[in-house]
Design a protein around this ligand. Structure first.
Ligand SMILES: [Zn+2]
Length: 111
C-alpha cells in the first residue's frame, strides 16, 4: 500500500522500493532503494551488463500530508556498464531525468 501511495501521491517511480517509513517529530520519512530492474545502461540500454559501484543517499522534501512534512530518502546508485564502460548514476525516483553520465568514463569516483 505504501508503494502505491508514494507512486500516486508523490510520483515515485515503480523502479524504487520503499523499505522503511518513519513517523516522528511531525514528519514522515520514507526510505527508498532502487530496484535491480532500473539499472540499465543509458548508452547501450543493456540491463545485464551493469554493476553497482556504490551509492549515496539524497533527501528530497515532498509536499506535506496535512501538517506532516514528508521526506523521501532515496538511494542514488552509481553504476558501470561492462559493455561500453560508461559510469552513470541513477537519479532519484521523481519525474525528470533518469540518469547522468560522467564526463570522463575513465576517471574514478571520488567519495
Ligand atoms: Zn552500456
Amino acid at each position: 500500500m505504501i508503494q502505491k501511495l508514494l507512486r500516486k501521491a508523490f510520483g515515485v517511480s515503480r523502479d524504487y522500493h520503499c523499505f522503511q517509513v518513519e513517523y516522528a517529530l511531525g514528519r514522515i520519512v520514507a526510505y527508498l532503494e532502487v530496484k535491480a530492474q532500473a539499472l540499465v545502461c543509458p548508452r547501450c540500454r543493456t540491463p545485464g551488463e551493469v554493476i553497482r559501484k556504490g551509492s549515496r543517499c539524497r533527501c528530497l522534501q515532498a509536499v506535506p500530508v496535512g501538517l506532516q512534512a514528508v521526506y523521501l530518502v532515496t538511494e542514488v546508485a552509481r553504476c558501470q556498464c561492462h559493455r561500453c564502460d560508461v559510469l552513470f548514476e541513477v537519479h532519484p525516483p521523481l519525474p525528470g531525468r533518469r540518469c547522468a553520465i560522467r564526463a570522463s568514463s575513465k576517471s574514478s569516483w571520488t567519495d
